[in-house]
Design a protein around this ligand. Structure first.
Ligand SMILES: [Fe+2]
Ligand SMILES: [Fe+2]
Length: 400
């Protein structure tokens, strides 16, 4: 299975990953042969790339980190929780409200009561154990990045961020109790966006300063909503509150500063206190949220190529992201994931294109590639090259 740009999808190609609609209903099931109507429909939904299977690339295997069954279950639980929150506020005119009045109504007795018997969150909590179990034996981020439509972005982004964060937290040797808190926090980190005007969230043009200020309130709204909610807890509420804070204090909403330190030897029994300290799970969320948002297409820009995102995270260490955490994160994250289209930048095959075939565990950023096209985009007899050995002088880049 490979990821192709929608402009390079032709009728007859077989869909490699199911594409879901805004309520996580199946739009197109994996395994179907795409028709011209399907392709036009996907373009209309703003989809930039899809996963397909074809004969030339049938031997490129990407492993999903979690099963479709568990992913569907958790995504639906997230959607139910979001719906419960928006239904509880359907009588308030959020568009016309000031931030202060939104916070007041979140903290009103009526709303607190509505969340006392929170079946949706209880259900989400129950499902999370299965979700964590499936992630536990995976070592490297593969088969990621669902194809998100603009309508289901928030839900799928929440689930993908949670998967990445759990793998990361496991690598950092956090205990199972912390993993659970991180899972809930990541799944609900953007829930405050319910209180932001959707027209601003989905705007294609550059946002005005005022609109930017509006968006920057979602961590506060999320925290106010989650802080007293049953089945949530301190860590998860603070992930919502702090996931846009940066190490140098230039993040939002409070401009908290980080310490750029992390000691894996002392991670056991870590506890959090005080409202004004940047907590480790939120520092994890700052990286995982950024990563998933970058590799996804948004209304205002196409997805950013993986190798560029990798460099953005590396360069963001110390100023934006906890320096020590970034080192661990980049050990999990292949710069060129399996199934991604690449182009050769130098040597005999300069300008030739193909896909990442498989990874070298010992040399994560020097994968095995399969070249399929020459520099005039003509199909050639496939050439497989291991960039960690015979192809060690070859440089590649992701195409999109
Ligand atoms: Fe956010
Ligand atoms: Fe986010």
């Amino acid at each position: 299975m490979i990821r192709r740009h929608i402009n390079n999808i032709a009728p007859g190609m077989v869909l490699g990953k199911t594409i879901y609609g805004d309520n996580y209903e199946i739009l197109l099931k994996k395994g179907i042969e795409l028709t011209n109507d399907h392709i036009q429909g996907l373009k209309k939904r703003g989809i930039v790339c899809v996963y397909v299977e074809d004969d030339d690339t049938a031997d490129i295997i990407t492993h999903d980190i979690i099963s479709e069954k568990v992913r569907t279950m958790v995504t639906k639980d997230v959607i139910r929780t979001y719906k419960k929150v928006s239904d509880s506020f359907k009588d308030s005119n959020l568009k016309e409200s000031t931030s202060e009045s939104i916070i007041n109504s979140i903290n009103s007795a009526k709303i607190k009561k509505a969340f006392q018997q929170n079946i949706e969150l209880k259900q989400l909590n129950n499902g999370i154990n299965l979700f964590i179990d499936e992630i536990m034996d995976k070592e490297i981020l593969t088969g990621l990045n669902t194809i998100k439509t603009h309508d289901n972005y928030t839900y799928e982004h929440s689930v993908d961020s949670a998967i990445v964060a759990l793998m990361f937290a496991k690598r950092l040797r956090l205990d199972s109790n912390k993993l659970k808190q991180i899972a809930i926090g990541e799944l609900l980190h953007d829930i405050g966006k319910i209180f932001i005007d959707p027209e601003i969230l989905n705007k294609q043009e550059k946002l005005s300063d005022h609109e930017n200020e509006q968006i920057k309130k979602h961590p506060v709204f999320g925290y106010e909503l989650l802080k007293d909610m049953e089945h949530v807890g301190f860590v998860a509420a603070h992930i919502a509150y702090q996931h846009h804070e940066w190490q140098d204090g230039t993040g939002y909403p409070r401009g908290l500063k980080g310490s750029n330190t992390f000691d894996i030897a002392n991670v056991k029994g870590i506890s959090y206190s005080g409202e004004d300290k940047l907590i480790l799970p939120a520092e994890i969320a700052a990286i995982t949220d950024f990563y998933d948002a970058c590799v996804t297409n948004r209304p205002f820009r196409p997805p950013i190529p993986h190798d560029i995102v990798y460099e953005l995270i590396r360069n963001g260490a110390e100023t934006h992201f906890n320096n020590e955490l970034v080192k661990y994160f980049l050990e999990l994250l292949p710069k060129y994931p399996v199934g991604i289209e690449i182009k050769i930048k130098n040597g005999t095959y300069e300008g030739f294109a193909g896909f990442v075939f498989s990874l070298n565990r010992e040399s994560l950023n020097r994968p095995i590639i399969k070249i399929l096209y020459d520099n005039n985009k003509n199909k050639i007899k496939p050439i497989v090259i291991d960039l960690s050995s015979e192809g060690k002088d070859i440089n590649i880049q992701c195409v999109f």
